[in-house]
Design a protein around this ligand. Sequence first.
Ligand SMILES: Cc1ncc(COP(=O)(O)O)c(C=O)c1O
Length: 314
Amino acid sequence: MTKSTRWVSSFGKAPFQLNQHLPVIRLVTPLTEERGIELWVLRLDQTDSVVSGNKWFKLKYNLLQARESGRSAVLSFGGAYSNHIHALARAGFLMGIQTIGVIRGEPEYANNPTLQDAIEWGMKLQFVDRKTYRRRHDTDYQELLSKTFDDPVIIPEGGSNSLAIKGCAEILSDELLSRIQPDQIVLPCGTGGTLAGLCVANPELNILGIPVLKGADFLYQDIRNLIQDAGMEDSDNWQLDLEGHYGGYAKADSSLIAFIQQMNSLHHLPLEQVYTGKMLMRLMERIDAGLYPEGSSILALHTGGLQGTRSLEY
Ligand SMILES: Cc1ncc(COP(=O)(O)O)c(C=O)c1O
């Protein structure tokens, strides 16, 4: 069963406008049936064929503002398979904005499919070692990058800043919420920026983030800081489930891979191993553990990132 909300982008002359409906699907499995749970998945991965998922919303105001500012370029940071770097490169290409990616790792990574795409879309890449990469938030390092690359707009790793919060605040439409009336919204967390945007826009909702990093307690403070930096109120309407990392960031064991394959073959739901696969697997465990009363309605967000599945083959 497919219902629709909002509009999918064509990313043409008017980038970051949604022009067609985004689907929300009802996921019915033996477990959801047995527990009497209504589980919905909002397919944010279908915002655009490349600039997809939460990236579409996180980049929206960052790139529109960068274009208006007339600055030379946009620079950001990421790992070798970063969805953020990939989406930024594509959006910059389509909007005629020069992009620069500071990548953690060796120059050989430039051969991987994610960075090959970025290069094709005109992104300049600078590879840095782990020690240098750790300085990505430091003012002196950012000043050095500004000098080197002619004063670009600098967007943090994962794209999480105040403008990203503003974009993510637009993810859930009133129409969707009144139709589904979710008891809980569930999404994967990396930096927590997407969750922060959802929380400030929907203080009445109960929002659960599932961090994909091990030992992600630091996110409680990071998310509060993101909300505060955006000049918004924290309504304390969110929680984190720290058990959904399955070994740590980008670690994928055989049970996770089997779950992803099953979701794809039985439910035609494509997931990837870093964010959405872990989020949905953990959500199923929570349902199985009886954490949701019968009759609950849960809305899970498919935050995209499907380009990252190529890292499994590479
Ligand atoms: C596909 C996908 N889902 C979720 C996230 C996590 O988003 P956030 O960093 O805003 O928590 C990311 C990374 O940003 C991502 O690439």
